[in-house]
Design a protein around this ligand. Structure first.
Ligand code: PLP
Length: 381
């Protein structure tokens, strides 16, 4: 089946007792046993297994074209699980240089003190990546498109380099979603999502997910999901299942609106730089066109003038809400250096090309003319 059909149906069958077409929200912590340890289909305690969560996990695995899905209470909890499963003190992670700030914070402040080292490299530069992977690494952590500069890494080429270094190649597919890009099919071993974003799509849930093909890797991750217990509740799983049903329709509109806005910003006399992989001027446009179906709903740009001018502009929009996060149906605007990426040291931010005046848009599915008018009035002040 194709993605749109999988989005609506995968992992879900009508409830056998009532015929309810929607997956029930199994608000239960435990399950009655017929005899000690005689349980129905592995259901003994909801941290281990919950039918609403199972439906979501199967749905996400199908969307990513993978065999196994695992859901977590946040995107960061899912990344934490990956590193805990794969690394021990003395091991090495290689990662891209433009990741979500919280991912860097987790690697630097939580794992480095345990002796798990981190080497940061521009993963869009395959020579630099090859050089970093001369030494063995346990994990190659990639994000593409990146947050917030929308850099694109060639996943097939990077996966090959990662495998030569013995690494498990992981891709944070939060920005692209499986509608635009399926990393497992491009050679990655693991796909990670902050389901908080496009998969949920309505800014009403915090969640994370992992999808893998390898049975042993799945077992390691599933063990930690159970043993650590950072699992999502059934209500959140239900909301996420409701979100994924419209993923393909929403993504199509996000992409259409973003393409119009990116071109408009590109020609605006008060805008000095636009980052959008769909623009032919984007440095990785060719790779994006090759590995993605379309170019997504995220745009970053820099206004001419001072950093303060840019920050003031973000407070003037009326349709775009000034807020962190992304991927919901409503448009958001933010200032990454002081908001989502403030946890990255300023020198590292600037070295990776993140301008102090950068503004990021999560373009929603509203009428694009209203979005353009809102940006125009905010830029003009
Ligand atoms: N990865 C990316 C690309 C993100 O944008 C985020 C959050 O913004 C995360 C991971 C972390 O996910 P969560 O906030 O669900 O823990």
């Amino acid at each position: 089946m194709r993605l749109g059909t999988l989005a609506v149906h995968a992992g879900q069958t009508p409830d056998p007792t009532t015929g309810a077409i929607m997956t029930p929200v199994f608000c239960t912590s435990t399950y009655v046993q017929e005899y000690p340890n005689v349980v129905k289909d592995g259901h003994d305690y909801s941290r281990g297994k919950n039918p609403t969560r199972t439906a979501l996990q199967d749905n996400l695995a199908a969307l990513e074209g993978g065999r196994f899905g695992l859901c977590f209470s946040s995107g960061l909890a899912s990344i934490h699980t990956v590193i805990t499963a794969l690394c021990k003190p003395g091991d090495r992670i290689v990662c891209g240089n433009d990741l979500y700030g919280g991912t860097f914070r987790l690697f630097r402040k939580v794992f480095e003190p345990y002796g798990i080292t981190l080497d940061v490299v521009d993963s869009t530069d395959l020579d630099a990546l090859a050089a970093a992977l001369q030494q063995p690494a346990k994990v190659l952590w990639l994000e593409t498109p990146t947050n917030p500069l929308l850099n694109i890494t060639d996943l097939a080429a990077a996966a090959e380099l990662g495998h030569k270094a013995g690494a498990v190649v992981c891709c944070d597919n939060t920005f692209a979603t499986p509608y635009l890009q399926r990393p497992l099919e491009l050679g990655c071993d693991l796909v990670m999502h902050s389901t908080t974003k496009y998969l949920g799509g309505h800014s009403d849930v915090i969640g994370g997910a992992l999808v893998v093909n390898d049975e042993k890797l799945h077992e390691q991750l599933a063990f930690l999901q159970f043993a650590v217990g950072a699992v999502p509740g059934p209500q959140d799983c239900f909301l996420l299942l409701r979100g994924t049903k419209t993923l393909h329709v929403r993504m199509q509109r996000h992409c259409e609106n973003a393409a119009v806005i990116a071109s408009w910003l590109g020609e605006h006399p008060k805008v000095s730089k636009v980052y959008y992989p769909g623009l032919p001027t984007h440095k990785n446009h060719a790779v994006a066109a090759q590995q993605m179906k379309d170019f997504g709903g995220m745009i970053s740009f820099v206004l001419k003038g001072s950093v303060e001018d840019g920050m003031a502009m973000t407070a003037r929009t009326k349709v775009f809400a000034l807020a962190e996060s992304l991927g919901g149906v409503e448009s958001l605007i933010e200032h990454p250096p002081s908001m989502t990426h403030a946890s990255i040291p300023a020198e590292q931010r600037r070295a990776s090309g993140l301008d102090d005046g950068l503004i990021r848009l999560s373009v929603g599915i509203e009428d694009v003319d209203d979005l353009l008018a809102d940006l125009e009035q905010a830029i003009e002040g």
